[in-house]
Write a protein that binds this ligand. Structure first.
Ligand code: ACO
Length: 332
């Protein structure tokens, strides 16, 4: 039996730090409101003259390759999770393939928002297990700052979402590795957290240049209370599903790396599952919510800090737009 394992992790965040104090100068908000509701103290925003989703992903990939003692040429396939691709189409996977100079290899784009990285990891896991590829690059990268309405009108989401990229390299192993992945969705709640436009379901007459300026373009619509209520239930469900599938108990989790949606959500799960502080990794305080990039950035940082060692049991869990939710249990 062939399994897959993560052999390298990397991340990249833009240089520019935006503090809560800076946001307070742009809109009617306060450090106290943001900290109390989300736990976020600062986040990174790109410099549009320098950064793209694909080049942040390239930097994250190069670090992951270095840590894995591999080179670009070893990568046989790319799975790229993002909801903020550089272009409407094609997806950012091919741009990353181009930047890495990997002529001709396949590149798949995944757009399951905050659950995107775990969906991408699951796809890569199946390709490795089936024997189709030996080295797969899995990336989560987002630029959300360029669509943020940094005025009081956009304050309920502008203070939360931010930019960054994370990468993982997967290779075969004779024992797991990735123990299991669990993917779910419920489209009844699609409009509780979404960006409607530029969507193709609008009639042609509403898709003229003057309408591009209307407020639904790139506007994140979020029903925060609904998201919170569903997130806490689904996070716990999908973590327990992963534990049950592997006949493990929550005490056996070395580190839970949840999607960094909101510190209050992570803390709620930690409390309900009675996990110790050292069993849960959070870095949302420094980076905000980077959607598909949040788990690989957190995983890469945790690994860099020596928080993940051989044989540890790592649980990844996510919930987000769709709604979608997912988990992965990994024996390092
Ligand atoms: N600063 C100051 N006031 C604000 C801000 C802000 N940035 N944003 C909204 N407000 C105001 C609102 O206008 C509202 O004012 P009103 O009472 O005069 O109308 C008031 O604060 C309360 O607004 P709510 O939206 O009810 O705020 P709530 O207390 O629910 O907090 C939050 C919002 C933090 C989003 C909360 O609903 C939450 O934690 N939701 C979970 C969802 C989440 O975290 N989403 C982000 C991640 S999505 C994902 O990754 C899955």
């Amino acid at each position: 039996m062939r399994f897959s394992k993560i052999v390298g992790l990397g991340h990249h965040v833009p240089e520019t730090v935006i503090t809560n104090a800076q946001l307070s100068a742009m809109m009617d908000t306060t450090d106290e409101w943001i900290t109390e509701r989300t736990g976020i103290k600062e986040r990174r925003w790109i410099d549009p003259a320098k950064d793209t989703v694909a080049n942040m992903a390239t930097k994250a990939t190069r670090l992951a390759l270095k840590r894995a003692n591999l080179t670009e040429k070893d990568i046989e396939f790319i799975v790229f999770a993002t909801i903020t691709p550089d272009y409407f189409f094609p997806g950012s996977g091919v741009l990353l393939q181009r930047e890495l100079g990997l002529e001709g290899i396949g590149a798949l784009d995944i757009r399951n928002a905050c659950s995107g990285f775990i969906y991408a990891l699951s796809v890569a896991d199946q390709f490795i297990k089936s024997g189709m590829y030996k080295t797969i690059l899995v990336v989560g990268a987002e630029i959300q700052s360029t669509a943020i309405d940094a005025t009081t009108r956009g304050r309920n989401t502008a203070v939360i979402f931010a930019d960054g990229a994370g990468a993982a390299i997967l290779q075969p192993a004779d024992k797991p590795g990735i123990l299991s992945t669990h993917l779910h969705s419920d489209g009844r709640f699609a409009e509780e957290l979404y960006v409607r436009d530029p969507g193709s379901s609008r009639p042609r007459e509403e898709r003229q240049p003057e309408q591009i300026l209307d407020t639904t373009h790139f506007k994140v619509v979020m029903n925060g209370n609904q998201v919170f209520k569903h997130a806490v239930v689904r996070f716990m469900e999908v973590i327990n599903e992963a534990l049950n599938a592997n006949s493990m108990k929550k005490e056996e989790i070395t580190l839970l790396v949840p999607h960094q949606a909101n510190l209050r959500i992570s803390q709620f799960i930690q409390e309900k599952m009675a996990l110790r502080d050292d069993q849960v990794y959070n870095n949302i305080m420094r980076y905000g919510n980077t959607t598909a990039a949040s788990i690989p950035i957190a995983l890469s940082e945790a690994w860099g800090e020596g928080r993940i060692k051989e044989n540890d049991v790592i649980c990844l869990a996510a919930f987000g737009s769709g709604f979608t939710w997912a988990s992965a249990l990994i024996r390092w």
